[in-house]
Structures are given as C-alpha cells and as structure tokens.
Design a binder for this molecule. Structure first.
Ligand SMILES: NC(=O)C1=CN([C@@H]2O[C@H](COP(=O)(O)OP(=O)(O)OC[C@H]3O[C@@H](n4cnc5c(N)ncnc54)[C@H](O)[C@@H]3O)[C@@H](O)[C@H]2O)C=CC1
Ligand SMILES: O=C(CO)[C@H](O)[C@H](O)COP(=O)(O)O
Length: 339
C-alpha cells in the first residue's frame, strides 16, 4: 500500500521506516528538508511541498499527519484544500480529541475521511512497533487495516490473555478501533495521563530510596528545624540502579517504563544530565479536564501533573507566601533546608 507522511521528525520518520520495512511505499513531506533527506537516503520518496505531496499520492490518497499538535490544524486545512472525496487524512499526533471531532466533521462535509490515531511507542516504535488507538468511521479504519497491522508490535509482543481464543483480534496485534471520530485521541489522552501517574510514582519511590541514608549524615538542628525522627532507621545506601534492574525481573512494578528508567540510572546514577524541569505537552491537562467534566476523582493523575508545574518553579511564589505567613503569625525565620 502507499501512504503519505507529513512530518518526518522523531515519530514520522519511525512510522515511515516501519512501514517501508513491511513493504509499504511512502511519500514524505516536511518543511525541514534535512529530515526528508534522511529518509530519502533510506529509499523513501521525499517531496518539497504539500501540493507536490498530494500530487505524488495514488488515489484514494492516505495522508498521515505527524506534526506538533499546534500545527495540525493548519496542515489539515491546507491538505483538505488539495485532497478529493474518498481520500483519508490520519492525525497520528497528540492532538486534543475535541479538535479531531471538529476536523472530522469539516472533512466529512467534503467527502474526506478523518481518522485520529493515538500513537504510542515513542522513538523505539520503529523497532518495537507502535501501539495505535484509533478513532473514525468503520470504512476508513478498515481501509487502513494493512497500515495498522504493519505499524503495530504484533501478537508476539505480549503473552496471550487468559480466556482469549481463536484468531487474534486487532487489539492483540496492538491496535484498537476505539470508536467514532475523536475516540482514538481520547484514549491516547488518558493513556498519557496514566503515563504521568506511573512516571511520578516510580520517580517518587526512587527519591525515597535515595534519601534512605539520611540518618547516617550529620545534621545540625535548632529551634526552627525539627530533628530527624528515627534517624537510626535511615542508614541505608541503596544502589538504585541495581534495585531497578532487579525490579525489571518478575516484580509487580516491572514495565517498559522501569526498563527505560533502569537504563537511564545505570548510565547516569545521579541523573546529572537532567535539570529536573519537566515539560508537559497538554495530554495530562486534557485528561484532568475530562475527569472534572465527568466528575471522576483522579487524584494521582492530578498530583502528577501539578508536580510537573512545581518542577519548573511554578510553586515558588506560593512557597514564598507560605514563608511570609509563617513569619507573620509566628515570627518564624526561613531556615536553610537541611534535609
Ligand atoms: N516523541 C514522542 O515520544 C511522541 C510524539 N507524539 C506526537 O507526535 C507528533 C510529532 O511528534 P515528534 O515526531 O516527536 O515531533 P518532532 O518535533 O520530532 O517532529 C515534528 C516534525 O514536524 C515537522 N513540521 C512542523 N511543522 C510542520 C508543518 N507545518 N508541515 C509539515 N511538517 C511540519 C517538523 O519539521 C518536524 O520534523 C506530535 O503531535 C507529538 O505530540 C506521539 C507519541 C509519542
Ligand atoms: O505521547 C507521548 C508518549 O506516550 C509523548 O512522548 C508525549 O510527548 C509525552 O507527553 P508529555 O510531553 O506531556 O510528557
């Protein structure tokens, strides 16, 4: 099958590589010509503009858009002006699901299908396969089946779930048709909300392990600093890389996230290469918005998102206000934090 890819960055390039390895042919457009050239070197057809891109695709055309969420709207609008009824636009990026609902409606009015595909697998997807969460009409999803099959990790990526029998369902290959327009991005949004929570849980646990030797360190205290309680019980010097390595094998918290974290800590035990300022690109905020609209308590996901704000110093003013209040009501001086 032939597919066009708009966006040849980390994800777009990985998707194209996996598709071409499976025997599909791809046409790629990206305004960054160096990104296109890298794929050309692998035998992929690269073009220099969206009109050229549309002109190079066989009908009915499949145009997969893999660009930052902020530019999806303008890319889809330009594509829509060039495409014809029967063509399909796929948005594989981390777009807000409500934008997908609106865009699907606008394109349907022109006879163009819009399929939203939440894509998980990151920069390792080209090799491990991509987990795909799909939203759109049954017809469009059916048309894209060979593409999804080639991109997904496949049945051997996980042991078969007890009780499942017969021919493996699409989800056992690693792609799932979640529902109508927007459903794929909704499910990917929640996936990323969960991702924030799992990441935060692992990171906080690692920090508690790292500080478990605090009782062995000399610690001055005064009237303003509480003495460390139970100091004798905090005299461990844990090798976090070793613990994570063991957790990868048979533990309840084994996961791909644990694998990646173990590798990062093994390479850089103090994580000195990182500032600790953690960005967020929207999915966690949208997940919480959905939780609020649905009235679902999502304490862990909320805490994980807010922790990212704190990591960037967004809590600094509030913390200064706390110190100011403490000083105002109790005459307390700010102390250097000793633990
Ligand atoms: N990096 C990751 O782990 C994952 C990213 N995503 C999503 O996939 C999408 C792409 O992400 P990445 O590949 O990581 O970003 P990236 O920054 O590596 O690549 C984006 C590419 O889009 C191109 N681009 C920008 N404006 C364009 C335009 N107007 N027309 C055509 N191309 C344009 C850029 O030149 C760049 O090559 C985003 O929506 C992102 O949230 C989804 C899953 C995982
Ligand atoms: O979708 C992803 C992983 O599943 C992307 O890596 C995404 O960028 C992660 O979200 P955030 O940037 O908000 O941490």
């Amino acid at each position: 099958m032939q597919l066009g890819m708009v966006g040849a960055g980390r994800m777009g390039a990985g998707l194209v590589r996996r598709l071409t390895q499976a025997g599909h042919s791809c046409v790629v457009y990206d305004p960054n010509s160096a990104a296109v050239d890298r794929l050309r070197a692998d035998g992929v057809a690269g073009v220099a503009s969206l009109p050229e891109f549309v002109g190079a695709l066989e009908k009915p055309r499949i145009a997969w858009v893999m660009v930052p969420a902020a530019v999806v709207g303008s890319v889809v609008a330009e594509l829509a002006s060039l495409l014809e009824p029967g063509d399909v636009v796929v948005d594989g990026g981390n777009s807000f699901y409500r934008d997908a609902v609106v865009r699907a409606g606008e394109l349907a009015a022109r006879g163009i299908e819009y399929v939203d595909v939440g894509t998980s697998g990151g920069v390792h997807g080209a090799e491990r396969g991509f987990c795909l969460m799909v939203g759109g009409t049954k017809n469009a999803v059916l048309q894209l089946e060979p593409v999804f099959r080639a991109l997904a990790p496949g049945v051997d990526a996980a042991g078969r779930t007890f009780g499942r029998r017969g021919r493996p369902a699409p989800e056992e290959h690693g792609y799932v048709h979640c529902g109508g327009p927007g459903a794929g991005h909704f499910v990917k949004m929640v996936h990323n909300g969960i991702e924030y929570g799992q990441m935060a849980a692992l990171a906080e646990g690692m920090a508690i392990l790292r500080n478990a030797g605090i009782g062995a360190k000399s610690r001055s205290c005064d009237a303003e600093t509480a003495p460390l309680p139970n100091a004798a019980f905090y005299r461990y010097d844990f090798d976090i890389a070793a613990i994570l390595e063991a957790w990868r094998r048979g533990s309840v918290v084994s996961s791909w996230l644990t694998d990646l974290t173990a590798a990062a800590v093994h390479a850089d035990p103090d994580l000195a290469a990182f500032s600790g300022h953690v960005a967020d690109s929207g999915e966690g905020r949208w997940t919480l918005q959905a939780a609020i609209d649905e009235g679902v308590p999502a304490h862990v996901l909320a805490a994980a998102l807010l922790e990212r704000f704190s990591s960037r110093g967004e809590g600094e003013y509030a913390n200064k206000a706390l110190s100011a209040m403490r000083k105002a009501f109790g005459g307390h001086l700010e102390q250097e934090v000793l633990v």
